[in-house]
Design a protein. Structure first.
Length: 394
């Protein structure tokens, strides 16, 4: 049989991070021909990741425009990808997660009767408007997709409940852990010296979600200001997203507040390095919620709901929402209460073990009949009460 042509498609920073290990694994497997298409829904933030992982896209649609609407992103991605699929006829495309790029690529593939594999499938909240539009994007991808790679047992259950057939599901773990392990071993970040040298406790902050834009984000920033003013041994490192709607609020409240560092979007190596050094993190980012438990870094999640409850169940994460008082109280408690801190800072790996990309490649081989063997499934490891890691027996 000729090689299976697999086209990996991504448009934003987190998709590129989570797809990079899969692209690398496909490139090394002679059974597959790997093609990479960037919609470039994001420009600078995407290029940073592709440079770091040394990925050069075969096609780059360059769709980003300032203050783009969801409709515009969808239209430009749909049109551009239809052309690519007509010209290249891949056997299967791979999409990741729940962005507009992932959904538009899936729809464009469906129209051309091209198969779709969904990396990080089956995540759910019970609210279609939270996160918006991501919750609906992933549900629609589950309906249109052909092969599904849920990271956890819970996400597999969601897929089964959505009517996906068990034989089309491969439990792989999350590729973000593969990416993080690779970068920790391979690249040196470039952090501001003040953050490298400080003996103070560093809080890492990243927030960008649509449902948090405006007032919720302003509340969070006010809570951060109070924390910086009250705790003199704390440095707040805020990686500020390129979205102008994020920047306006963050700079408005936090410019010139002592010990608050407003940083340009950090490259992934620096972000991971800083996360490792952090006392805890405050975030609405999905990736950071997944990475932090593996590093034993507590996460206060700036959302009212999460599609990633595994970290909360493992004790590493807590949902604190975006109310100023609640965010302030939760962070202040972690700073003051050593026992509470210890409970949240034990390493666990509910999301992945670094082997997800290999499992996905093996699953693709199985799906296309190149092997009869299904890949072994991901088994999570939880933090033991004494802080040591142990395996959860399924
Ligand atoms: C998108 C994804 C979200 C993901 C996030 C990661 C959707 C609907 N949302 O949200 O799921 O968590 O990316 O960052 O797909 N911009 C730049 N340069 C860049 C990147 C963004 O200038 O490199 C600006 C643009 O003005 C753009 C704005 O940021 O209009 C927002 O980007 P957009 O892709 O619309 O949404 P995100 O909020 O980034």
């Amino acid at each position: 049989m000729s090689r299976i042509k697999v086209m990996s498609i991504f448009g934003t920073r987190p998709e590129a991070i989570k797809m990079a290990p899969v692209v690398k694994a496909l490139e090394q497997d002679a059974r597959f021909e790997s093609r990479v298409v960037a919609t470039a829904q994001h420009r600078e933030m995407l290029d940073q990741v592709m440079g770091l992982f040394e990925i050069v896209p075969d096609r780059d649609l360059g769709i980003m425009q300032a203050n783009q609407t969801l409709t515009e992103i969808t239209q430009r991605a749909l049109g551009g990808l239809e052309q690519v699929f007509l010209e290249e006829r891949p056997h299967i495309i791979l999409v990741q997660g729940d962005t507009t790029t992932a959904f538009a690529a899936t729809l464009a593939a469906f129209y051309q009767k091209v198969a779709v594999g969904h990396v990080e499938a089956g995540l759910r909240t019970d609210d279609i408007y939270n996160p918006f539009p991501e919750e609906m994007n992933r549900r629609l991808i589950s309906v249109l997709g052909d092969v599904h790679f849920p990271p956890t047992e819970l996400s597999r259950k969601h897929l089964l409940a959505s009517g996906v057939k068990p034989q089309h599901i491969y439990l792989t773990g999350n590729t973000v852990i593969d990416a993080m392990q690779h970068i920790l071993g391979a690249a040196q970040g470039a952090l501001p010296p003040a953050l490298v040298e400080t003996k103070n406790r560093v809080l890492l902050v990243e927030t960008h979600r649509r449902e948090n834009l405006g007032r919720p984000m302003e509340n969070v920033c006010k809570a951060l200001k109070r924390l910086a003013e009250e705790f003199e041994d704390v440095e707040i490192a805020f990686s500020v997203h390129r979205n102008p709607k994020v920047r306006e609020v963050v700079y408005g409240v936090l410019t010139d507040v002592p010990r608050v560092h407003l940083l340009e979007p950090m490259d992934y190596a620096s972000l991971v390095q800083l996360m490792k050094k952090s006392y805890f993190t405050l975030t609405d980012s999905g990736g950071i919620q997944e990475e932090a438990p593996s590093l034993g870094v507590p996460a206060l999640v700036l959302r009212t709901t999460t599609e990633r409850p595994e970290g909360v169940d493992a004790g590493n994460a807590r949902l604190v929402g975006t109310d100023e008082e609640t965010v302030y109280e939760a962070a202040a408690q972690l700073l003051k209460d050593a026992a509470a801190y210890k409970r949240m800072s034990q390493a666990a790996n509910p999301y992945g073990d670094g082997g997800a990309a290999q499992r996905i490649v093996q699953a693709l081989a199985h799906h296309f009949g190149l092997t009869e063997e299904r890949p072994a499934e991901f088994i999570p490891r939880a933090a033991a009460p004494n802080g040591a890691a142990h395996h959860v027996v399924a």
